[in-house]
Design a protein around this ligand. Structure first.
Ligand code: UD1
Length: 420
């Protein structure tokens, strides 16, 4: 297993380009199953999760061609197997996103049940209840969700009792080909849901209320292929901004947009960062200062994203003062604090709340990544720490950060990857 070795203490300074959003690329790739003709998806990040989704489409018989710039042509016409097998689903829970489109377009789908994961139990009950409300029959058999529909799915009024990004995406993709009108209430408003909806509209779907918590979809008999470029990755953007804030540095991030991460920018401002932005760039300058601790609570968009919680916890670890971090989305998503404490941080855990008392400096140590965003927080901790930090199990980080060591090197960090 590869490791990252980081010698801390360099102040980040420079410019990098932000990649396309993983969490938008995944549902958009799943949506290609809905098209009658080939789809061209551009600005996909070169990441393991994207490769897994392409492998999943391929193993179902879908034609996939990739060019050297990660523009992918997907032709669902040749699909011959309606199964998302355990081997792929176990490496990426987002495989569940093929369920809605496969069922809507072909009337049948077998998707391995995604289990829990390091950050919590993560059920998919809302996805399944919504599809049943649209007339599907669903059985769970030998670890597989077996969904069937005789004829088209039927439009339905669906209230989701928890805001779920994947649930909203799956049901939206099912509804665009259903017979009649579907209303999705308490829908997730995350920018990635908006990006997927925009892609579906470009394919010919009829969706009202995009960006709100109530989506009205009038099902079409068929959707056509189109060319679609996925949005910038707001979590990658936030991660590099937070890394620079934590080490007192300056970064300019290109090909990204401030409107995607207002809650994060607000907290960086509170931490003492000078921020400036243009149409497609954001610059953060800490002017060599230590950040001030911030309090935050994760919640569905537009509030502070759970996917940025771990990075802010790491920044708070070296900030002036004490910051309280409350995680409300996943039950076990503060696990990285034990590794941060091993590096000299002073973080107390009370239920879903981390109370972080900033220390002047962390000390390098061997640490273990447990999930994607927790890994990013350990890299940030390594950049701030005195001495050497070795981050093990970085396959988690490769699921979500394109060329992380190259991008950090461009910003002046002393970081390298070593194969085991
Ligand atoms: C997506 C993101 C992930 C992010 C999360 C929350 C992708 C590929 N992943 O994950 O990075 O951290 O949104 O912003 O886009 N829940 C249920 N029943 C369900 C579905 C969800 O109880 O049927 C619960 C989950 O356990 C969790 C909460 O709802 O507590 C939110 O989960 P959800 O928004 O569905 O997360 P994902 O779509 O899996």
């Amino acid at each position: 297993m590869d490791k990252l070795i980081i010698k801390g203490g360099n102040r980040l300074d420079g410019e990098i380009r932000i990649s396309g959003a993983k969490n938008s690329g995944l549902p958009v790739l799943a949506a290609t199953l809905l098209a009658e003709g080939p789809m061209h998806i551009c600005n996909l990040p070169h990441l393991n999760d994207i490769t897994t989704m392409l492998a999943l489409l391929r193993c179902m018989g879908v034609g996939v061609t990739i060019d050297e710039r990660m523009c992918v042509e997907v032709d669902p016409g040749s699909i011959n197997d309606f199964t998302a097998p355990y081997e792929l689903v176990k490496t990426m829970r987002a495989s569940i996103l093929v369920l809605g489109p496969m069922l809507a377009r072909f009337g049948t789908a077998n998707v391995s049940f995604p289990g829990g994961c390091a950050i919590g139990s993560r059920p998919v009950d809302i996805h399944l209840r919504g599809l049943e409300a649209m007339g599907a029959t669903i059985e769970v058999d030998e670890g597989y969700i077996r969904a069937r529909s005789s004829g088209r799915l039927k439009g339905a009024h669906i209230f989701m009792d928890t805001v779920t990004v994947g649930g909203t995406e799956n049901l939206l993709m099912a509804a665009v080909l259903a017979d009649g009108k579907t209303v999705l209430e308490n829908a997730a408003r995350e920018p990635e849901v908006v990006d997927l909806a925009n892609c579906l509209v470009a394919m010919g779907a009829d969706i009202d209320g995009i960006g709100s918590d109530s989506l009205t979809i009038r099902g079409r008999e068929r959707l056509q292929g189109c060319t679609y470029s996925v949005m910038p990755d707001r979590i990658e953007t936030g991660t590099y901004l937070t890394a620079a804030a934590a080490v007192g540095g300056r970064v300019k991030l290109k090909d990204t947009r401030e409107g995607l991460l207002e809650a994060v920018l607000l907290k960086l401002d509170e931490a003492g960062a000078s921020l400036s932005m243009g149409d497609n760039w954001i610059e953060l300058d800490m002017k060599g200062n230590r950040p001030r601790a911030v309090n935050l609570k994760t919640a569905p968009y537009p509030a502070f994203p759970t996917d940025m919680q771990a990075q802010f916890t790491a920044m708070n670890a070296v900030a002036e003062g004490t910051g309280t971090v409350i995680e409300t989305i996943f039950e076990n998503r503060l696990i990285q604090i034990h590794e941060l404490n091993r590096m000299g941080a002073s973080i107390a855990l009370e239920g879903n709340t981390a109370i972080v008392t900033g220390v002047e400096r962390l000390k390098g140590a061997p640490v273990m990544a447990t999930d994607l965003r927790a890994s990013a927080s350990l890299v940030i901790a390594g950049l701030m720490a005195e001495g050497e930090t070795v981050v093990d199990r970085i396959y988690h980080i490769d699921r979500g950060y394109e060329c992380i060591e190259e991008k950090l090197q461009l910003l002046g960090a002393d970081i390298r990857r070593v194969p085991d």
